[in-house]
Design a protein around this ligand. Structure first.
Ligand code: ADP
Ligand code: MG
Length: 355
């Protein structure tokens, strides 16, 4: 593909290309009266629904590395991480506004790839890419997505509603995204070393990543659990509290407990960790439990429900009950497979200013 510099078509030429890729996402959202093309997006809020809004920024070298991240997957991930926050409120995503700052070295095709990923994800989640802003960047690529969702007042779920005696549940499995990241970093090192040594291109210096596809997919193509929110709505389940696991089970459970003024006891043996994550941890001589507790980026839902609601979810293989909410004085504890208890507050997740 010939290299087509963005300067050749300019900001407005680029926005036209973006608008064409975003166009198919508009059909899913009839309440959107104006998408890309005017000074503002315009939409008609539905009836007596509450609106929820969130924003998430992804920065080159902080949140992603373009050496190991295909742009299409990055586009999809930008949408998914915001949808995950909307899901954590038990809400449905409706509109996204996307701001990008683009280095001059980027080609038109690279931005098209990025938006194709966003558009693909937006269609999957049934939300519209409704607008944004475009700037040049003198450092790396920066993508900021703002998303608006809707939820009825009686389905809204916050972090602060957990009560002692309730069950702590988590969807899917944890630690897979961290496993994927570790693998990608290992391959990047191998590749860079190879280049530094001036060795000729040789595909076989890289591991065959097929056998790790599960973990790598968790890292590069995480999916928000909108399916679970739809299930809650269909079954009239309203978790008493909920959060998405973006920083790691340990930090995110602490957020629920702090906001709800409770303690918690979770059991190591019940934390869902995929077999492939354990295998990779063994191979890299690392610890899958630590990844599950602190790795983050799994974008699963962590929620609490009263014990009476257990039968509603008991047959769902994708939901694990990992412990129970306790009184605040009991603290936050993990009971390990030997029956020892560990203070969860001593296990920290990702912190941008402390790592
Ligand atoms: P303004 O000068 O008023 O900020 P722009 O020229 O930046 O307007 O934007 C024109 C239209 O294109 C608006 O509808 C805006 O939402 C949309 N837009 C601009 N940049 C992007 C982008 N990166 N992604 C999606 N929509 C965009
Ligand atoms: Mg603008």
């Amino acid at each position: 593909m010939p290299y087509n510099a963005i300067s050749g078509i300019g900001e407005f030429g680029l926005i036209d290309k973006i608008a064409a890729i975003a166009e198919p996402t508009l059909q899913a959202v009839p309440e959107l009266l104006m998408g890309i093309g005017d000074d503002c997006a315009v939409y008609q809020p539905s009836g007596d629904m509450l609106q929820v809004a969130t924003t998430d920024m992804l920065v080159d070298q902080v949140h992603f590395d373009l050496l190991t991240t295909p742009l299409k997957l990055l586009g999809s991930k930008c949408i998914s991480v915001n949808v995950s926050d909307i899901c954590a409120m038990n809400a449905l995503p409706r509109y996204a506004l996307i701001s990008i700052a683009v280095p001059s070295s980027f080609s038109v095709a690279m931005i098209e790839e990025l938006y194709e990923g966003m558009s693909y994800a937006a269609k999957e989640y049934g939300l519209a890419l409704a607008g944004g802003d475009t700037s040049s960047s003198r450092s790396g690529l920066i993508i900021s997505v703002t998303m608006i969702g809707e939820v009825s007042r009686d389905q809204l779920t916050e972090r602060n509603g957990a009560h002692p005696g309730e069950l702590i549940c988590v969807s899917g499995s944890l630690g897979g995204a961290a496993a994927g990241l570790k693998l990608l970093m290992r391959e990047k090192e191998i590749m860079l070393e190879h280049i530094e040594n001036n060795e000729p291109y040789n595909k076989s210096v890289m591991a065959d990543l097929k056998e790790y596809s599960e973990a790598i997919q968790h890292q590069l193509l995480p999916l928000a659990r909108l399916d679970l929110v739809r299930l809650f709505h269909a079954k009239h389940i309203r978790p008493s509290s909920m959060i998405d696991i973006s920083d790691g089970l340990s930090s995110d459970l602490q957020h629920i407990c702090n906001r709800s003024n409770t303690g918690a006891l979770i059991h190591e043996s019940r934390i869902p960790i995929h077999q492939s994550t354990r295998r990779i941890a063994d191979e890299l001589q690392d610890d899958a439990l630590t990844w599950a507790l602190t790795g983050g980026e799994d974008y699963q839902l962590l929620f609490t429900i009263p014990i009476e609601q257990l039968p509603e979810i008991a047959d769902n293989k994708d939901i694990s009950v990992i412990g129970e909410i306790t009184d605040a004085e009991e603290g936050l504890l993990l009971s390990d497979i030997y029956g020892m208890t560990i203070d969860l507050t001593s296990i920290k997740g990702f912190d941008h200013f402390n790592s």
